[in-house]
Design a protein around this ligand. Sequence first.
Ligand SMILES: Nc1ncnc2c1ncn2[C@@H]1O[C@H](COP(=O)(O)OP(=O)(O)OP(=O)(O)O)[C@@H](O)[C@H]1O
Ligand SMILES: [Mg+2]
Length: 300
Amino acid sequence: MEQYRRALQDYLAGGGEGDLQRAYELGREALAGGLGVLDMAMMHAEALGTVWPTAPTPEERAHAAKTVAFFMESLSPFEMTHRAFGEATLTLRRLNEMLEEESKRIAHALHDEAGQLLVSAHIALAEVASELPPPGRERLQEIRGLLYQIERRLRELSHELRPVVLDDLGLVAAIEFLAQGVSKRAGFPIAVEGSTMGRLPPQIETALYRIVQEALTNVTKHARSTRVNIRLGRKDRRVRCSVQDDGKGFDVDAVFGGRARRGLGLLGIRERVNALGGTLQITSAPRQGTELSVTIPVEA
Ligand SMILES: Nc1ncnc2c1ncn2[C@@H]1O[C@H](COP(=O)(O)OP(=O)(O)OP(=O)(O)O)[C@@H](O)[C@H]1O
Ligand SMILES: [Mg+2]
């Protein structure tokens, strides 16, 4: 309140852009601290009471108070929407966390439990092999080869489902690992550049990983691209991540406006970004490639 009053006073005393920037920062802090639209209006009303250029008459005071009461009433619907949005965002975030937990569980089950069963199968086969004449042994060797393939595929699947690298080594390493796998399967190069300057909060790392994963899936499914660039960067309490292809592009407005066939991928990306208070931008046009870029605030 005191900071708001002082900033307002400075601004009225002839301040400029710098004071407006301060107002913006105060707004952000208030939002992070859980204040709503009406709390801000109330704060403004109280500050108004102290910033008169000359001592106000009682009539002027009453008049100002009524103006503020009127203004606050008109803000009420915005406050309700703001609160509902905050709750929906929280629910989305919880839902995503639940899904992540579930993927982690399935990834571990695939990796550890299925892996253990395969080891038992190998041991059993080795025992049988030792009792068989050579032609039978060769057949068993082929079956073991198949088991190895299953094992490798299961390991890949479990890593993509929930990459251990993401928890252990962080976002850039996990994205590099993902890019290598996709590049090998899809047959075009994928470059990963930039850094996040250290670890980010886990929910942001997970969200960015999932976003890049879906963006790459889209490139391989739809774009007919010959190369992809992934860029990561961090500047002033914001992390930015973009995935750019040189493929056939698409009509973004038609997809988001529901005029084109729509899947769940891009909507899912938008929801993840919203849940973290970030922004999503997609630049694309037919035959011009696509750049999907997200910016997410990282609180200190
Ligand atoms: N990189 C891209 N290049 C070309 N077209 C794209 C690209 N990304 C998305 N699109 C277009 O946008 C549409 C919507 O993408 P979205 O990921 O939402 O759905 P989907 O990939 O079709 O299905 P889902 O993701 O549910 O499996 C796609 O059908 C495709 O036409
Ligand atoms: Mg998709």
